[in-house]
Design a protein. Structure first.
Length: 140
């Protein structure tokens, strides 16, 4: 049954979810070429790069920092499931807003306009909370 899930995940990721999957292939190729080793988290492929940041999802692939906790991997894998549900809408509904929000929060803290502790919870916005929920449920 699990193998069926894995095959279905990859087929849907590479068809309906092709926009983010193509982005993931480009990211993966450039990471492979720069000497990073791919790893497997359940049935997604991921890379570990740098420190002091979170991670991002790119279809059936994701990238995290080198010391990412399980919760970050689950969250990014949760975005991978959102991709097979939302397909071509994924970049516009979730990925781009999520990236803008991530950097906005980072800049606000870096420039001293707010303390990190004064920001609303990271999962306070629907798409992040949903990714975390999916990740915990399916990749626990
Ligand atoms: Zn996220």
């Amino acid at each position: 049954m699990k193998i069926f899930k894995v095959i279905l995940f990859w087929i849907v990721s590479c068809t309906w979810g092709i926009l983010m999957a193509l982005f993931g292939v480009l990211v993966s190729l450039s990471l492979l070429l720069s000497g990073h080793k791919p790893k497997i988290f359940h049935y997604l492929v991921y890379f570990e790069v740098g420190e002091n940041w979170g991670g991002f999802e790119a279809g059936p692939f994701f990238v995290t920092n080198k010391v990412a906790e399980l919760t970050i991997k689950q969250h990014e894998a949760g975005h991978g499931l959102q991709n097979i549900m939302l397909g071509p809408f994924m970049p516009f509904l979730i990925c781009i807003p999520s990236a803008i929000r991530y950097w906005y929060r980072k800049i606000i803290v870096k420039t001293g306009r707010k303390k990190a502790s004064d920001l609303p919870p990271y999962d306070g916005i629907w798409f992040e909370g949903w990714a975390t929920q999916l990740g915990k449920k399916h990749f626990g």
